[in-house]
Structures are given as structure tokens and as C-alpha cells.
Design a protein around this ligand. Structure first.
Ligand SMILES: Cc1cc2nc3c(=O)[nH]c(=O)nc-3n(C[C@H](O)[C@H](O)[C@H](O)COP(=O)(O)OP(=O)(O)OC[C@H]3O[C@@H](n4cnc5c(N)ncnc54)[C@H](O)[C@@H]3O)c2cc1C
Length: 471
């Protein structure tokens, strides 16, 4: 059996594993082996539906050392006026370039695609080639880095949690462009961002909204993409919204009251203004997309689907509901990022990459690499990289936001780390604050509002997080 010796073994060549590897390469002289069972870098993006795009501006996604996109402002479509959102193929090409132009030429990174990590122990790991099955022993001198903790699942590769009777046409969104022209009726299954992308795609391509049934067990609060734009050009949109958000957090009397205030300020959106959302996963969307999705009137809420039969759906609560005969069902029920409990990022010879800033997995992984390279005390490292709990419902938002703010506070106390963060391409908004024109009274006023609101917001959010409906 071949033995490969390395300083770090990075499991997963998705955005998270590669962002960590890229930053560790920049900040240390370590060697790395990156292992992934997929054939190419980029993780789940390799299997994404063809009309997928980033939810967030390309400008602060990917790895720290390499730009993604050209910093273009879209001038058409629902994202007009905002920074470009890379398409799936662009993201895959980008990660391929990261591997080919950045990581491999360093001579310090070895990449093993089409390999499973079969087992790990204190000294390393056993990896197995998926073609031919050759095993390799990886001897790890420093640490094993787990870039798979969130177990991202997408419709084209996940295990469905419902049955499909013979004769029912149920596809992943990947097949939609090919199959939609032959279908007259559509049933979208799922309430997350993928389902929204499918709804937008159908309507933008001329499908009558009345030909669509949307099985949306829970509605979701959605972040208005206008408020997530980096660079000083968008100072008032982004930092102004942040100040408004903090001010709402200071005075909110309940989680519902908080979200109502954020909605009134156009920071949070919902598709149906008459239904109170029970989900919050940081899905980010434009107002134009929300307006489009509101045109789909036949929404089935409540339970989850257990079985699809010709012309009928069965639900977890025993209910049944009829659907148009011969409809094309589009499975958008994969969970994307799994809600797993936070664990220590640094634990002996293991690093478990998690979000230390929500919802920014790439930035979080880069920061963990920086901390790994420059700090020695494990308690200190975990203090700087405390994993934030991923929210599932609006009631989880206060605790998640407090965790974000506590981390930011810890980083701000450390000048070297703070400087690294403000230089880091993946830090969208710190740079906007840094570049603010303090001589401009309007910008100075926003910064002052933000400064005044932060501490009372933390205190009130802690109170809201402790309310009975909070997780
Ligand atoms: C449609 C969609 C859009 C999104 N848009 C955004 C966005 O705009 N911004 C944002 O920040 N986030 C976004 N996300 C969240 C997304 O989860 C992250 O951006 C990121 O791509 C996840 O990367 P990852 O490395 O954690 O996971 P993955 O992409 O799943 O990568 C993990 C890799 O590990 C490999 N692996 C797992 N186990 C093993 C093993 N035992 N052996 C070998 N290899 C293994 C897998 O094959 C996989 O390639 C989006 C998610 C989805 C589904």
C-alpha cells in the first residue's frame, strides 16, 4: 500500500476545504493532501442544477487568494443594480482554477479526487480510490481537517425521504430544462431556496403560474439581497441596513416583533405576507424574485410529502391532496446544509470546519486556517473560532446573531487578526466599514447608529434567545 506523508489532511474539496487549504498555504509552509470522492474540486457545485447561481455576490465567495468574477454590476434581470452572482458552471470552473493555478503549483498540495476517506485515526487516514479501489495510507504529521461536517445535500444526489409510485414523473431540478418542454403541469416539492429557484425559472421561461402547484411545508424568512452588497458604493444599503437591524434588535419585544420590524425596513422578505414563516436558513433573494414567486397561488402547506401517487400526494400527517394528472414533480427537498450541533473547531489533532461567521462558510474556513497557522493555545484558538449554531427557525436567529457578534468582538480585540480580516477578500462588510468616508456626515451618522445599537442589541437578543419559543 502506498504511504503519503503530509502535515495536514483536508477531507473535502468543496468551498470549505479549499478555502481552508488556500489560506493555510498563504499563512504557513505546511504541506497538505486534499481528498474528495468527487471527480473535480468545488464539492456540491459539480452536481448542481444548470440554472443555479450563488445567493450572494461573487465578490466575497470562494477562496481568499483568487477573485471570483469580475466585480460586475448586473444591469438586467431580478438582480439588476447589484453585484453579479456566479452561475454553477462559473463556480465549478473557479474552483478548478483554484486547484490548478494556485494549490497544485505551490508544490505543497497533493489532490486525490475520486477517493473516499474510509477511516481516520490519531496518526492519519486510510483513503480508497473509487476506481480500482487502491488504498493509500495518509500519515498526518499535524492535523486532520474535516471539511464535510455540514454534509451538504442537494436534490441530484440525496436520498429522497418520500416514495414515488410507478408512473409518476419525479425529477431533480437538474433535468428540468430538458423535461419541462413536454410537461403541461408542474409540482414543486420543497420550501427552500432551490424550490424558489425552480419557481423563478419556470415563470421566467413562460410557464403560467396557474400551471404550478407548490408544496411548501414551511414558509421562510428571506434576506433581501439589496442589503448584502459589499464595497463602499453600497454603504447605505448594507451598513445602513445593518444599523437598522441592530436598532430593531434593541427594541424588539419578541422574535415575531423583530422580524416584523426587519420586514418593515425591507431587510427581511417573505413570499406570502399573510403567512408567518417558520423557517430561517439565511436564504438570500431579490425583491423581483419574490414578486415573481407570489404569482404562484396554489401553495400546499403543513406536512411533508411521504408518497407521490398518480394525481395525489400523501403527507406525514396522514392528509392527502390531489394534484394535476400527469404533472411533472420537481424534487427540491434536499436539506442543503445539515443543522448539526456546534463542536469545538480545534480538538487535538482534528479541525472541524464550521461557520464562525453566519452565513459565510468560505470566510469561516479561511479564518480557521489563519488561526491554525498563527496561534498555539487550543483554548485561545477555539475562542477565536467558536462555531455558531445554524438557525432553522426565526426563533433561532437571536442566538445565531449573538454568536456572530461575540466572535466579531473577539476578533476586534486582536489587532493582527483584525487587520488580516479587513484585508481578506472573503470579508464582505468589514471592508465597507473600514472604507467608510468618515468626513461624510451621512456615513458617519450610520456608523454612530451602529456603534450605539450594538451592545443593547446583544443584551436584548440574549433575552429573546432565552424566550420559550427560541431553540
Ligand atoms: C444551491 C446552493 C447555493 C448556495 N449558495 C451559497 C452562497 O451563495 N453563499 C454561501 O456562502 N453558501 C452558499 N451555499 C451553501 C454551501 O453549502 C456552501 O457555499 C459551500 O459550497 C459548501 O461547501 P462545503 O465544502 O461545505 O460542502 P461540499 O460542497 O458538499 O463539499 C464537501 C466535499 O466533501 C466530499 N466528501 C464528503 N465526505 C467525504 C469522504 N468521506 N471522503 C472523501 N470526500 C468526502 C464531498 O464529495 C464534497 O465534494 C449554497 C448551497 C447550495 C446547495
Amino acid at each position: 500500500m502506498e504511504t503519503i506523508e503530509t502535515d495536514y489532511l483536508v477531507i473535502g474539496a468543496g468551498a470549505v476545504g479549499l478555502s481552508f487549504a488556500d489560506a493555510l498555504l498563504a499563512e504557513s509552509s505546511a504541506t497538505m493532501v486534499v481528498v474528495d470522492r468527487r471527480h473535480a474540486p468545488g464539492g456540491h457545485w459539480n452536481d448542481a442544477y444548470p440554472f443555479v447561481r450563488l445567493h450572494q455576490p461573487s465578490l466575497f465567495y470562494g477562496v481568499a487568494s483568487m477573485e471570483l468574477g469580475s466585480g460586475r454590476i448586473d444591469d438586467a434581470g431580478p438582480n439588476a443594480g447589484n453585484f453579479e452572482l456566479a452561475s454553477g458552471p462559473e463556480v465549478v470552473t473557479y474552483f478548478e482554477r483554484v486547484m490548478r493555478e494556485r494549490l497544485l503549483p505551490s508544490g505543497r498540495v497533493r489532490y486525490l479526487p475520486m477517493h473516499d476517506v474510509v477511516s481516520t485515526d490519531n496518526g492519519g487516514a486510510l483513503v480508497r480510490g473509487r476506481l480500482g479501489g487502491a488504498d493509500r495510507k495518509i500519515v498526518v504529521n499535524r492535523k486532520i481537517v474535516d471539511g464535510t461536517y455540514y454534509n451538504t445535500t442537494i436534490p441530484s444526489t440525496h436520498q429522497r425521504k418520500f416514495d414515488v409510485a410507478p408512473g409518476v414523473d419525479c425529477i431533480a431540478p437538474n433535468d428540468l430544462p430538458r423535461r419541462a418542454p413536454g410537461a403541461g403541469r408542474f409540482v414543486i416539492l420543497g420550501g427552500g431556496k432551490t424550490a424558489m429557484d425552480v419557481g423563478v425559472w419556470l415563470l421566467e421561461n413562460g410557464v403560467d403560474p396557474d400551471a404550478v402547484v407548490w408544496v411548501r411545508p414551511r414558509d421562510s424568512w428571506l434576506i433581501n439581497r439589496d442589503t448584502t452588497q459589499p464595497t463602499s458604493r453600497f454603504f447605505h444599503q448594507s451598513i445602513g441596513s445593518m444599523a437598522t437591524q441592530m436598532e430593531a434588535a434593541v427594541v424588539a419585544t419578541s422574535v415575531d416583533d423583530l422580524f416584523d420590524r426587519l420586514e418593515a425596513a425591507d431587510i427581511m422578505l417573505r413570499i406570502d405576507p399573510t403567512t408567518r414563516p417558520e423557517m430561517f436558513h439565511y436564504a438570500t433573494i431579490s425583491i423581483g424574485e419574490v414578486e415573481l414567486l407570489r404569482r404562484i397561488g396554489d401553495v400546499r402547506r403543513g406536512a411533508r410529502v411521504t408518497r407521490i401517487e398518480p394525481g395525489a400526494l400523501a403527507f406525514t400527517d396522514g392528509a392527502r391532496s390531489s394534484t394535476p394528472p400527469g404533472a411533472l414533480y420537481i424534487d427540491c427537498t434536499a436539506t442543503a446544509v445539515e443543522r448539526r450541533p456546534p463542536v469545538p473547531t480545534f480538538n487535538g489533532d482534528r479541525i472541524t470546519l464550521q461557520m464562525v461567521r453566519l452565513p459565510n462558510p468560505a470566510f469561516s474556513a479561511a479564518l480557521a486556517a489563519y488561526v491554525e497557522a498563527h496561534y498555539t493555545d487550543e483554548a485561545e484558538k477555539n475562542r477565536l473560532c467558536a462555531a455558531c449554531p445554524l438557525p432553522d427557525s426565526p426563533a433561532d436567529w437571536p442566538a445565531a446573531t449573538v454568536a456572530n457578534m461575540m466572535n466579531q468582538y473577539a476578533w476586534n480585540q486582536d489587532k493582527t487578526l483584525r487587520d488580516w480580516i479587513t484585508r481578506c477578500r472573503l470579508d464582505g462588510f468589514g471592508q465597507v466599514v473600514r472604507d467608510a468616508d468618515k468626513s461624510d456626515p451621512a456615513q458617519a451618522a450610520v456608523l454612530q447608529r451602529l456603534k450605539e445599537a450594538i451592545m443593547p442589541a446583544v443584551m436584548n437578543l440574549q433575552r429573546l434567545a432565552a424566550q420559550p419559543d427560541a431553540a
